[in-house]
Design a protein. Structure first.
Length: 324
């Protein structure tokens, strides 16, 4: 295996830190670039003494110049409370960040992967969602800064690919969970676990009948790396997620069962434009990524995530925004 110089933007985030860890273990020279808006140095602290790991504090909305062979573009707040806190900055991160990494990839002749999202499908009226589905997104809604920002980034990736021959990959990530989730990131898994182990009421938005599919982070990272290392003839977009579907109420019940605690359930109004269904069709990934599919199922992954949450001191973390 040849050693590569690899840039991971958003590399100190939840998914990014696991990706950096895998790439460092493989012996590559890894540059982690992050502005620490919703991430923390804590996630990559264990990598700082590795001679093939470098950490740079920088915001992808501003240009940067590095010499690299591959780029994984993961930089963007991903939880609704955080990306809605500063929606204009969220859009800038997706669009200007994409332009900056694509410009670098063009100059360096580097391969570049865009971490897009299942949110490009909006509130889908096709179920499960295949990559051919063009989505049902409200372009002026409160979630549009993220949904449309990611859609615009995909457009930029394919335009650079067609116009300039940039070697791209595009993945669409569905709900992912696991160790190193920020306890105040506002996502449903971290919310439920934090509330359960602290003996609080479990907050369910809506009646809990809306569905999600939850992918353990190790499975996702394996899919991401396979996509980057796959043939240049397959650039995506490709769905990466666990196709097993659960209601939010079922997730809450699993967390209470495994974590204990909790003080019952409390229901709050469903947020604007919150999707009622979310389930990936991963046929394309299985066909093109060496038969990739998730191997860690929900209860096993929740146990590992709960263990992590019990191992950290919640007082060492602060909510990145007031909206969590």
């Amino acid at each position: 295996m040849s050693i590569k110089r690899i840039l991971v933007t958003g590399g100190a985030g939840f998914v990014g830190s696991h990706l950096c860890e895998r790439l460092v273990a493989q012996g590559h020279d890894v540059i982690c670039l992050d502005n620490f808006f919703t991430s923390q140095k804590f996630n990559v602290e264990h990598l700082l003494d590795h001679r093939n790991f470098e950490l740079i504090r920088h915001d992808v909305t501003h240009p940067f110049w590095l010499e690299v062979d591959e780029i994984y573009n993961l930089a963007c707040p991903a939880a609704p409370g955080h990306y809605q806190y500063n929606p204009i900055k969220t859009m800038k991160t997706s669009v200007m960040g994409a332009i900056n990494v694509l410009g670098m990839a063009k100059r360096c002749n580097a391969k570049v992967l865009q971490a897009s999202t299942s949110e490009v499908y909006g509130d889908p009226d096709v179920h499960p969602q295949p990559e051919s589905y063009r989505g049902n997104v409200n372009p002026i809604g409160t979630r549009a800064c993220y949904d449309e920002g990611k859609r615009a980034a995909e457009t930029l990736f394919f335009d650079y690919h067609r116009s300039n021959g940039v070697n791209i990959r595009v993945i669409r990530i569905f709900n992912t969970y696991g160790p190193r989730m920020h306890p105040f990131d506002g996502r449903v898994v971290s919310n439920f676990i934090r509330q359960a182990i602290q003996g609080e009421e479990i907050t369910i938005f809506g009646d809990g009948s809306q569905t999600r599919s939850f992918c353990y982070v190790d499975d996702l990272v394996e899919g991401i790396i396979r996509m980057m290392n796959g043939p240049d003839s397959f650039v995506g977009p490709v769905n990466l997620g666990n196709p097993n579907e659960f209601t939010i109420k079922q997730l809450a019940e699993h967390v209470v069962e495994l974590a204990g605690g909790g003080a019952g359930f409390v229901h709050k109004p469903l947020p604007s434009d919150d999707p009622t269904q979310r389930q990936p069709d991963i046929s394309l990934a299985k066909a093109n990524l060496d038969n990739w599919e998730p191997s860690i199922q929900l209860k096993e992954g929740l146990k590992k995530t709960i263990e992590y949450f019990r191992s950290i001191n919640m007082d060492d973390f602060r909510a990145p925004t007031p909206n969590y």
